[in-house]
Ligand binder design. Structure first.
Ligand SMILES: NC(=O)c1ccc[n+]([C@@H]2O[C@H](COP(=O)([O-])OP(=O)(O)OC[C@H]3O[C@@H](n4cnc5c(N)ncnc54)[C@H](O)[C@@H]3O)[C@@H](O)[C@H]2O)c1
Ligand SMILES: [Zn+2]
Length: 363
């Protein structure tokens, strides 16, 4: 399966398959033939789980640089170490980098590729469900002690190779986290798709074929949006559905305690409550959605660990907040997102409604 991505700055393809790494890499042969060196960036967990398969199926010689697992690779220190590695390997502008891992490896690698000698080509080989989102669209970043993703660049890859075989070793919590972004893509694009997800026995244990279809559908939504708006001036903002409140929960918990997508799922329910006021959605739908999320194991208890006052600091840190007014993505109906400024006082009211609804549903 293929999904073309056509941004203003660059055109490329996402190729999707199962157990097809060698074949998939070869589809980029015309580009790789010109490379003087191939480098693979990965993280320790991914390499431990999938390194053998990768070595056995990657069709060319390469050098590997193994980063610390997950978010720990998105630091200035690792950025520096990665650049040092490329220099020591005598990489040139003709070298090619592969990001083999989840969103964290992808973000770090993309930023290294964007800046090494002012830019070298790179290919994303995502290994998480969440990375169907992060590997497409060209946002790259590392974290600063004062804020997540604060240092980065828009830099598109030469391609994305998505082999669903890699997902097989992904811990269930990470599956759950990544699936929240699939659900988000459904919510901003298609009522029937969301209905299908909400009707599924489980969204955490899809078959390989089902999973590939869900990922493809998610990538198509993302590709369409970034082709209209590469640098988040307009419609790309819709991808932030659930992220304003979600980021606050994620940050208040301390990164890692509540996984990104778990927090996004919490934020999605918050946005549904807010959307009841400004769109056509009603409480029955919000309640049904919350039941669906709880059934699939999303950790809503986390909300009760923080007061609204604790969340406020983080809400106001949002890149989109100005003078105490937040910019929320809301839904007119499923598939029809829009952006609306919301004052902090109203956020507090919704937060109270949210806690009450959670008490009713969680018991
Ligand atoms: N650039 C973007 O547009 C964008 C969008 C969304 C999120 N992000 C970023 O993505 C990151 C989150 O990505 P993620 O959820 O993929 O997390 P991740 O990359 O941290 O991976 C999650 C965990 O699973 C491990 N792992 C990954 N693949 C595995 C596999 N196949 N088998 C076993 N273990 C595996 C990792 O080592 C890590 O511990 C965040 O840093 C976030 O800021 C970026
Ligand atoms: Zn996200």
């Amino acid at each position: 399966m293929r999904v073309p991505v056509a941004t203003t700055s660059h055109q490329y393809e996402v190729v999707l398959g199962h157990n097809f790494l060698a074949e998939a890499v070869k589809t980029f042969d015309d580009k790789l033939q010109k490379a003087d060196k191939l480098i693979v960036f990965t993280d320790a967990n991914v390499w431990a789980a999938q390194g053998e398969y990768f070595k056995g199926h990657f069709p060319y010689d390469f050098e590997v640089f193994v980063l610390p697992g997950g978010e720990a690779c998105k630091t200035f220190e690792q950025y520096n170490a990665a650049q040092t590695f490329l220099l020591e390997q005598k990489c040139s502008r003709k070298s090619f980098i592969f990001a083999f891992g989840g969103g964290a490896v992808g973000d770090l690698t993309g930023f290294v590729a964007a800046t090494y000698m002012r830019g070298v080509p790179f290919i994303q080989i995502p290994t998480t469900i969440l990375a169907h989102d992060s590997a497409v669209g060209g946002k790259t970043a590392i974290n600063h002690p004062l804020g997540k993703n604060m240092i980065g660049a828009f830099y598109q890859p030469e391609g994305v190779i998505y082999d669903t075989l890699f997902i097989e070793s992904l811990p269930e919590r990470e599956v759950r986290s990544g699936t929240a972004e699939v659900i988000k893509h459904a919510m901003i694009s298609s009522a029937s798709w969301l209905q299908q997800l909400m009707g599924a026995e489980s969204v955490i244990h899809f078959s390989t074929t089902e999973l590939a279809q869900q990922l493809k559908a998610g990538i198509e939504v993302k590709a369409k949006i970034v082709s209209e708006d590469e640098t988040e001036q307009s419609v790309r903002k819709y991808l932030n559905l659930g992220h304003t409140y979600g980021h606050a929960i994620e940050a208040a918990a301390g990164y890692g305690k509540v996984a990104h997508g778990e927090a996004v799922m919490i934020g999605l329910v918050y946005c549904l409550l807010l959307s009841e006021r400004y769109g056509k959605l009603d409480r029955d739908f919000t309640t049904a959605f919350l039941h669906f999320a709880v059934k699939n194991g999303y950790p809503f208890e986390a909300v009760n660990d923080y007061s609204f006052e604790q969340l406020t600091t983080y809400l106001l840190k949002d890149k989109k907040a100005e003078y105490g007014v937040l910019q929320f993505v809301l839904l007119e109906e499923i598939g029809k997102p829009f952006v609306r400024p919301i004052e902090l006082a109203e956020c507090k009211e919704i937060d109270a409604e949210f806690r009450q609804l959670l008490a009713e549903v969680l018991g």
